[in-house]
Design a protein around this ligand. Structure first.
Ligand code: FES
Length: 322
């Protein structure tokens, strides 16, 4: 399947799933089966306001008649979640990409530990559905602010794997809160950890796991609507295009892709948040200041590629393979 394949889908159902969370059920406009997907997959959705956003599929991967996505209204939205909540209606036709998976289950794992924070439950729930069907050994922990903000509570309670899901509410008693130190204290060979949620949750889970000695190969994660960390020390720098030798200045307040576009050099972008990898560009000289959540730590450390939609430079100049 080409990763550039696009699909026309109709919003067959839009429903309020929890406070500030809606689900969309998408079906093919031609009524045919949709391309198959694996647990952890996402689609790029082109929204009516021109933005493209990535949303994880949260239905059972055995289904081919629909894709389901869940979207949180994000108070800090740059237009993506607001468009889904306010502008997309049942019956609308949307263009989406075919499903892609950067967050796949490790099929050789002996045991799976699934951790969801807030709306990060979408790919995690899909994984749980899949693991339950295959009879795999898994446990899921789902942390949210409060029960009324917890998407899919009813679906989980009615599922065959309800007894393997532990809910943790910020608003609840201390005793039921997620104790990461205890949960992750002993990495076991063959146990894989999967985490999806807001940045603070991800940082806490991954930071605890790494501090407790979990090997990187057993950690799987997907950042969700990541905020790109801006820093007061962000400064201007220059980009040199390897093909022509042309120099383009990136000001303090511009992204590299904005500076390139202003100079007539287009780099394909999608999320513009360092999440999807669409803009990934090779770095031939200089040291990038990585701000993405797409590259693995060892890939970032190699400093031979970066995401120009959000990452910057630690050196006065980057030479790019453009
Ligand atoms: Fe998605 Fe840059 S456009 S990582």
């Amino acid at each position: 399947m080409s990763t550039n394949q696009t699909l026309q889908v109709r919003v067959a159902r839009k429903a309020v799933e929890a406070q500030d969370i809606v689900t969309l059920e998408l079906v093919a406009t031609d009524g045919k089966a949709l391309p198959a997907f694996s647990a952890g997959s996402h689609v790029d959705v082109s929204l009516p306001n021109g933005l493209t956003r990535q949303y994880s599929l949260c239905n059972d991967p055995q289904e081919t008649h629909r894709y389901q996505i869940g979207v949180l209204r994000d108070a800090a939205s740059r237009g993506g979640s607001t468009a889904v909540h306010d502008a997309v209606q049942e019956g609308d036709v949307l263009t989406i990409s075919a499903p892609r998976n950067h967050f796949a289950l490790a099929h050789d794992a002996k045991k799976h530990l699934l951790l969801a924070g807030g709306i990060g439950v979408t790919p995690i729930l899909c994984m749980a559905e899949r693991l339950a069907i295959t009879g795999a050994d898994f446990q899921m922990h789902y942390a949210t602010r409060a029960p009324e903000r917890t998407a899919f509570r009813g679906r989980i309670a009615a599922s065959a794997f309800a007894d393997r899901v532990h809910f943790h509410y910020d608003s609840g008693e201390a005793v039921q809160k997620l104790d990461l130190g205890a949960l992750l204290q002993q990495p076991e060979a063959g146990t894989h950890l999967y985490v999806c949620g807001p940045r603070g949750f991800m940082d806490a889970v991954l930071g605890t796991a790494r501090a407790q000695g979990w090997p990187e190969a057993q950690l799987h994660y997907e950042f969700f609507g990541a905020e790109v960390a801006k820093s007061d020390s962000d400064a201007g720098f220059e980009i040199k295009l390897a093909s022509s030798g042309r120099i383009i200045m990136v000001s303090k307040d511009q992204t590299v892709t904005q500076a390139l576009a202003a100079a007539g050099v287009e780099v394909m972008v999608s999320c513009e948040q360092g999440v999807c990898g669409t803009c990934l560009t090779r770095v031939l000289e200089g040291v990038p200041d990585h701000k993405d959540s797409y590259l693995m730590p060892d890939e970032q450390a190699a400093n031979d590629q970066f995401t120009p939609c959000c990452s910057r430079a630690k050196t006065p100049r980057l030479v790019l393979d453009l």
